[in-house]
Ligand binder design. Structure first.
Ligand SMILES: [Zn+2]
Length: 468
C-alpha cells in the first residue's frame, strides 16, 4: 500500500484533543492515522512533521469573493481568493450569493456564484450561503431551490438601507421558512434606524469622514439589533447565527438566548480582537473601514474575555478585497465608502496570536474556532478535523515562527492589511487541501482549479459545536 502523501511524526491537534501519529493520505482523503512508533509505509512524498503542529485546514465561514455591491466590485476572483486562503491555512471558504441590488433575485445571485466557482477556477472547496433582501411571492420557492442545491443558510442584513437591507417583514417570513426548510439564518445585525439617525447628526456637524466611522455606528445599534433578531428567532423557532459580533453585550445576548434553548451562534472576526477604535485617529484610518466599526479598548478586552470563556463559536475573516483607492474615493463620507477588509490569508495568524499567544487559550480551543466549529455550524461533512475518513485538509505550522505583516507580501488582491506592521505567529509551513500539497516549505504550489462547490447538511443533521 502506497500513500500519495505521508505526514510523519505529527502532533495532531483537533478541537477535542491532541495525539501523536503519522497521517497517511490517498485519493484526497485521510486514509489512516498510524501509531507514531509504527514503521513508516511507502508514500510518493513523505513530510517529516517533527517540531510542527498539525491542525485541520481552516474553514472560513464568512468570506466574500467576487462581490458586487452597488457600483463596487471587489478586486478578486475565486482563483485568487482561494489561493490566498490556502496560503493562509484555510482550505474551505464559505461565500455568499448576495443580490448585487434589490432587483437581482436571490436564486440568480446564488447560481451566479456557483457557476463562478468552476468558471473562475477555485483552488479550494467553496460552500455558499444564500441571501434574501426583499420578500415577494417567489421567495418561498427560491428558498426551496436553494435547499435542493445544498444551501441551507440564508444571510440577511438589518442595515444598509436601499441596498442589501431587509425589512422586518422579510426577516420574519424568511426565518419562518428557514424553520420549515431546516436551515439557519445568518444575520448582519446593526439597528438601521439608530445608524441613520446618528450618521445624519454626524453629517450635520461635518463629522462624517472615516475618522468618525465608530461614532456614526455606535455599539448600542448592534446590541439593539441583536436583541430584536433574537426575539424574531425565538418567535419563529429558526436557528440564528450572528456574523462579526463586535461588542461584549451582543455576544452576551446570544449566550443568554442559548440558555433559554435557542440555537444561536456567535461569530467574531480576529481584527476585533487585535484593534480598537484608536485606529481611526491613526495615519491610515481607511485600512479599518468595516462595519461594525472597531470599538473601545474595553470592548476589545471584553470580546477577548468572551472568546476565552467559550462564548464565541467561530472566528471568520469577513474578507473583502477592496483597495485603498476604493476606500479613499469616499473617505470624506463613510456613507458612500465600500466597507470590508481583506483578511482571508491572515485569519490563522491573527486568530492564533490573539487567542493562543496573547490570550493563553489552549490550542484545541483555537482549532475549534478556526476550523472545527465553522465546519460543524455550517454542516460541512468531512471538514474541520484530522481524522481517518475526512478530506485531507491539513495545516502544519511551527508555533514559534513569527512574521511581521506586510500587505505587499500577501496575495489578497488588496494593497493593505489591517495588520500591516504587526508581528503575528501561526503561519502555515505546509498546507494540504483535498490531498493537494498547496503550500510546501512555505512556498505556494498552485494545485490548479481543483476547488469544488460543496453543499451543507440541513441544520438538524449538524453536530453541535465545541464549547470549552
Ligand atoms: Zn460580510
Amino acid at each position: 500500500m502506497t500513500f500519495d502523501l505521508l505526514i510523519a511524526n505529527a502532533t495532531i491537534v483537533n478541537a477535542d484533543g491532541a495525539v501523536r501519529a503519522s497521517i497517511g493520505i490517498r485519493g484526497g482523503i485521510i486514509e489512516a492515522l498510524l501509531a507514531p512508533d509504527a514503521s513508516l509505509p511507502d508514500a510518493a512524498r513523505t513530510i517529516d512533521a517533527s517540531g510542527l503542529l498539525a491542525i485541520p485546514g481552516g474553514v472560513d465561514g464568512h468570506c466574500h469573493a467576487e462581490q458586487l455591491t452597488g457600483k463596487y466590485l471587489s478586486l478578486d476572483t475565486y482563483a485568487s481568493t482561494t489561493s490566498a486562503a490556502l496560503r493562509g491555512g484555510t482550505t474551505t471558504i464559505i461565500d455568499f450569493g448576495i443580490p448585487s441590488d434589490p432587483s437581482q433575485t436571490p436564486i440568480d445571485a446564488l447560481e451566479r456564484k456557483i457557476r463562478l466557482v468552476a468558471e473562475n477556477g477555485a483552488r479550494c472547496d467553496v460552500a455558499l450561503h444564500g441571501s434574501v433582501i426583499t420578500w415577494d411571492d417567489t421567495t418561498s420557492a427560491q428558498l426551496e431551490k436553494m435547499a435542493e442545491l445544498g444551501v441551507h443558510s440564508v444571510k440577511m442584513y438589518t442595515t444598509n438601507r436601499g441596498s442589501t437591507m431587509s425589512d422586518d417583514d422579510t426577516i420574519v417570513r424568511v426565518m419562518h421558512e428557514l424553520k420549515r426548510l431546516d436551515g439557519l439564518a445568518y444575520i448582519h445585525s446593526e439597528h438601521d434606524g439608530i445608524i441613520h439617525d446618528r450618521t445624519t447628526s454626524c453629517a450635520g456637524r461635518g463629522e462624517i469622514g472615516i475618522e468618525h466611522l465608530h461614532e456614526s455606528r455606535p455599539a448600542i445599534s448592534e446590541d439593539a439589533s441583536v436583541r430584536e433578531i433574537i426575539a424574531i428567532a425565538e418567535y419563529t423557532g429558526a436557528p440564528v447565527y450572528f456574523v462579526h459580533q463586535s461588542t461584549p453585550a451582543a455576544v452576551d445576548a446570544v449566550r443568554e438566548a442559548r440558555t433559554r434553548g435557542l440555537d444561536a451562534f456567535s461569530e467574531v472576526c480576529p481584527h476585533y480582537l487585535l484593534h480598537d477604535e484608536s485606529v481611526y485617529s491613526g495615519r491610515t484610518p481607511e485600512k479599518f473601514a468595516c462595519c461594525p466599526p472597531f470599538r473601545t479598548a474595553d470592548d476589545m478586552a471584553g470580546l477577548r474575555e468572551r472568546v476565552r470563556r467559550g462564548l464565541v463559536d467561530t472566528l471568520s475573516s469577513d474578507h473583502t478585497a477592496y483597495d485603498l483607492a476604493q476606500k479613499r474615493e469616499h473617505s470624506d463620507d463613510v456613507r458612500f465608502m465600500p466597507h470590508g477588509l481583506p483578511g482571508v490569508q491572515t485569519r490563522m495568524p491573527a486568530s492564533y496570536t490573539a487567542m493562543v499567544v496573547e490570550g493563553g487559550a489552549p490550542l484545541e480551543h483555537f482549532v475549534a474556532l478556526f476550523a472545527a466549529n465553522p465546519a460543524r455550524v455550517n454542516g460541512l461533512h468531512g471538514k474541520g478535523a484530522v481524522v481517518a475518513g475526512n478530506d485531507a485538509d491539513i495545516v502544519l505550522f511551527d508555533p514559534e515562527e513569527r512574521r511581521v505583516v506586510n500587505a505587499a507580501e500577501l496575495h489578497q488582491d488588496s494593497d493593505f492589511s489591517p495588520f500591516d506592521g504587526m508581528e503575528l505567529a501561526g503561519w502555515p509551513r505546509y498546507v494540504v487541501s483535498g490531498g493537494h500539497l498547496s503550500v510546501d516549505e512555505g512556498e505556494f504550489v498552485d494545485p490548479g482549479a481543483v476547488g469544488r462547490f460543496i453543499g451543507q447538511a440541513p441544520f438538524s443533521q449538524r453536530p453541535g459545536v465545541t464549547r470549552p
